[in-house]
Structure formats: structure tokens, C-alpha cells
Write a protein of this length. Structure first.
Lengths: 321, 321
């Protein structure tokens, strides 16, 4: 079993790589080779199964070399984040759209279609969401990032229908808690508030306490990515896009969970200075019903306490009690 | 005013070119130059406003030359038809998707965004349509042709939102009556039945008499394309995709209108041998409500008699009576 992760050095990519190496198998077959592709690859524990490829997905010849010996499952995670792609349109266009299309094109194989798990995004919906949302909501992206994700979803579904790539696209919500550093994500505040509270540092939140967002820990997300690869019994012409279940929580609910974990006394460290644009894009998310996705076995973190625990890699205190 | 038509030698392209030359203006400005691009360009009447460019949209350097002196309005009509693109996937991918994306990319101009009228297709919806359909119906293409049209729509909306291309996408139904010759269109029967009846020739229809389709004459469609270019007062971040109003008619209704025009005695020349796949793709269209599109001034042929008259370029007998 040969597996490739694009964006392997990223926040999700590294956790996915480590989880795959630890479990040693995927789809019931031993993991023989794990190909990692990213523009840089920080130290990974030495492992004979690893093959590191440093370079860009926009280097089509490199991608061809990486895929030369075949691949069974691809986790396509690399992307220029929403805020960065909106500023540097050309970069986002080349990576998020064109290189993704090229990857799909190179993966086409009607005799033995590889499994492709694609990290799409809730950015495909845009900011005008219905008051009660479900998985069939209209998509109207308000960032090029979301438009390009939506286009790649469409291409993936088409190649699945043709029986050439066994694609599975997951629409990811805000994944937390990313390292506390500039990362070009417009939704960075969702991680920053967690990191700041855990570190006992002051934090000014760019959305209001009432702002509601869709949350998921990286731990939970990696589980969902692996689950997507392992889904069986999917006819090639079946629906290939899943909106991951999300925790629909206000900032206050998350801060309540943080206060329970790290102490009420830190509440005073969090202040609020809402940015209207961020508030509209990420702070006005309605409840989201994901019946089909849950029936397929995808899950969220359970509750705000679970989110905080998973997101910050904390021990489960309930076990200790 | 400089105007470009891609696919200018096609069924719609030629009629659009002639209509534009005849009216001599567009968007209230004199038509100075009409650039025609296609892989071949059959004789056009000599006209000092015409600039003919023979070549493929996939020749990006050629497209750059065509656009070198600027362009105010582009009608992007060229495409590899649905059936042909499904068979020769790579050709459809290069023309319908990649070259269209390249054209959009070359048109980007935030200081003076050109108007782009894009001929999209009802193929974006796929074959699983709700019993009562409207303009917000879910898109789930069942042909690569439709998938690629949908992806270009998404790109067009994104560039409009960014203020770089003033795009307007129209979803075209089956346009009739195309010349009676192989054209790679899965919906060719819609034209063939009209041409055959008018010519008094026998015809075996690949869908049943009860099969309902969405119809529009080329004459009506060209009017809608021009109307799309001339729409004013559209905020750049407004909705940029319109489902054209359609006539929702069964084959029998169309044949009734043909019988009224060309005589009852020809009915016996039409037989039926339904192909299940064609019947599913093009013969099971539900009624389609297009409130928003009609409010924006788009229209259909009025009724079956109007469709037959416009499609076959017949005089209006009601005027003669």
C-alpha cells in the first residue's frame, strides 16, 4: 500500500502522517510506503516507510516523479490559505486550482482508480448562509480560495463518475488549534483564542462573544480523513462530497470550556474587537445538519470540552476522575 | 467598441456575428471591430469591421494576440459538445475547461473589466432533476461537459466578485434547429426532428413522444446573448449565472406544431425508438421556473409555434393572415 500526502508539512499533514505511520495500515492493507510532498519538510522521525519529496505541487514534473511507481491512496491537503490566496490571487490560482487539477489529471486510471481524499472547505458556501443549513446548501464562495475548492470538488466528482479517480471530498470547518503564528488563514482567530487562553496570554478576538463558528480539532479531522479513505461500497457515480459534521459553538461557549479547563481567572485576558468582515465570513455560521455525513460515519469532537481537549492535546480528565 | 466571439464559426456564433454586424452597435456604442476566433471560419460577407483569427482557443499565444489591442465584450461560445467531450475526454478538458480558464485569466483587468458572456449549459444540472425545478436547483453534472461548464461558471463568478471580469453566464437549453449533420451533441435529436419534418424526410426519434425537453431557437438564444452583454446596473458581487427561460415541451407538442405548419400527412414519417440513456439525460426534463431570469429580461420563444417558426427561420404566418 502506497500512500501520498500533499501538504505533508502542514498542520494537518504532519498529524496525518504520524497517525498513519503509527497505525501501520490503511484500508486493511499494510502501509509500505508513505510519500510526503511539501515545499519544505521539517524533521520527521526516521522511518523506512517514508519517502520525502521537497518541492511544489505546481512542479508538474516532480508530481509525475512522485507518482511514477504508482499510488493507492492520496490525501490532497496542500493549499494556499483563504486570506493569503485572496491577496496573492495568482499563487492561489496556481496551487489551489491549477496544480490540483493537474494532480487529478495525473491520477486518472480507469483500470485501477486510486483513492483521493481531498480537503475541501466550508469556504465553498460563502457568507450568505440560510438560517438552517444542511449538506445540500447552495454554494456561493466569497473568496477565490472557496471558488477554487468548489471547482476541484466538481472535477473530482466528474472523474469519480468516469471511474478514473476514486475521489472523496470533505468540506472542512475551522480546524484547531493551529500553532499561534501568522498563517494566512482568515479563520486564524479560532485557533488563536485557544492557544492564548491555554498559555495564559492576553488575546483580542476579532469577532464578538456571540459569534458562532463551526469547529473541529485536528485530531478529529485526521480521523475523518482516514475514515474517508476507508469508506467502502461507494458506487463510482455516487455523491462524492461530504460536509463534515461540525460543532456549532459561539466564542463564549468555547471560552466557557477553556475557563473550565484552565481556570476562570483567565477570562479577563480575552477582549473583543469585532472586524465586520471576519464576523460576516466566520462569525455568523448557522446550525448545520449533516445527516448524510454522520450516517457515513464522519464525526465531530462531541462537545466544547472535547474540542478543547482534542485541540490542545490534553489528557481526558474524565478518565482520571 | 471591440467585440470578440469565440466559436464564431459555430451554429450560434455565425448567427450572433451576423446579428451584431446588422445592428452595428452593442451596449449603446458603435461596433468598430468584431473579432472572430475559431478553428475554421467559413466565408463571412466582407465587412471592414471584421477581424478573422483562425486557430484554437487552446493556442494561448494566439488568444493573447487576439486580445492584444483590448476588447470590450467577449462572447465565449466555443465548446466541444457533450457527447464528443465525453468520448474524447482530453479534448473536452483542454477546450471546455483549461482554455476557458486561460481566456478568463487573460481577460482579468481590474481597471476596466471586460464584459464576458459565457454560454453555459443545462448540462450542469445532471439527470437527477427535482419534479419542480427553479433557478436554484442543485447542480450535479453527469457529463464532463457539464462539469467543466460548471467549473467555468464558478471561475467567472469569482473574477466578477473580484472586479476583474464583468462575467455573465447563461445556461442554455437545447438550441434548435442545428444543421442536420453529426455534431457530437447528445441532444441532436431536438434539431433533427425539426429539420426532418420540415424537409419531409423520415426520422426515427431516440426518445419517446412523451419525452419532455427544454427548447429554444437559435434566434431567441442570440437575442438572449446580446441582452446579457447589455445588462446594466449589475454590482460586481451580484449573482452572475442565469438559467435562460425555456419552453418545456414534449416531443408530441413539438410535432403537433410541426404538423400545423408543414401538414398532418407527414406525421407518419416520424417513428420512435427510445434510447434509455438519452431519454434520461434529455427526455425527462421537468417544468423549470425562471423568475429571476425573466425579471432580468431574458425570454423564450413564446410557444411551440414560435419555436418552430424561429428555429426554421419561417415567416410569421400570423402576420400574413
Amino acid at each position: 500500500m502506497r500512500v501520498l500526502i500533499t501538504g505533508a508539512n502542514g498542520f494537518l499533514g504532519r498529524q496525518l502522517a504520524m497517525r498513519l505511520l503509527a497505525r501501520g495500515q490503511l484500508c486493511g492493507r499494510a502501509l509500505d510506503t508513505l510519500l510526503l510532498l511539501d515545499t519544505q519538510l521539517d524533521a520527521f522521525a526516521a522511518d523506512p516507510r517514508l519517502r520525502l519529496h521537497v518541492g511544489s505541487l505546481t512542479d508538474y514534473a516532480l508530481v509525475r516523479r512522485v507518482l511514477a511507481d504508482g499510488v493507492d491512496v492520496v490525501f490532497h491537503l496542500v493549499s494556499v490559505p483563504g486570506g493569503a490566496a485572496e491577496q496573492a490571487y495568482e499563487v492561489g490560482y496556481q496551487v489551489n486550482l491549477m496544480a490540483s487539477l493537474e494532480l487529478l489529471d495525473q491520477l486518472r486510471d480507469s483500470s485501477c482508480p486510486p483513492v483521493l481524499v481531498y480537503a475541501s472547505s466550508v469556504a465553498v458556501y460563502g457568507s450568505e448562509l440560510p438560517a438552517r443549513m444542511n449538506e445540500s446548501a447552495i454554494t456561493r464562495p466569497q473568496l477565490s480560495y472557496g471558488a477554487h475548492k468548489l471547482m476541484v470538488e466538481t472535477a473530482l466528482c466528474d472523474l469519480a463518475r468516469r471511474g478514473e479517480v476514486d475521489g472523496r471530498a470533505l468540506r472542512l470547518p475551522g480546524i484547531v488549534a493551529r500553532p499561534w503564528q501568522p498563517n494566512g488563514l482568515r479563520s486564524a482567530f479560532m485557533s488563536d483564542v485557544l492557544q492564548a487562553y491555554a498559555a495564559g496570554q492576553p488575546y483580542t478576538c476579532p469577532v464578538s462573544p456571540q459569534a458562532t463558528a463551526w469547529w473541529m480539532s485536528a485530531h478529529c479531522c485526521v480521523g475523518n480523513l482516514i475514515h474517508a479513505a476507508e469508506l467502502t461500497g461507494l458506487p463510482m457515480d455516487s455523491e462524492r462530497v461530504w460536509q463534515l459534521p461540525v460543532l456549532h459553538l459561539s466564542l463564549s461557549q468555547v471560552i466557557d470550556a477553556l475557563a473550565k479547563r484552565f481556570g476562570e481567572h483567565r477570562r479577563g485576558l480575552v477582549s473583543f474587537a469585532p472586524d465586520p468582515e471576519l464576523q460576516a465570513l466566520f462569525g455568523a455560521m448557522p446550525p448545520l445538519k449533516t445527516t448524510r455525513s454522520r450516517a457515513a460515519g464522519f464525526c465531530h469532537d462531541g462537545n466544547a470540552a472535547g474540542l478543547v481537549r482534542h485541540a490542545l492535546n490534553l489528557p481526558n480528565t474524565r478518565v482520571a476522575l
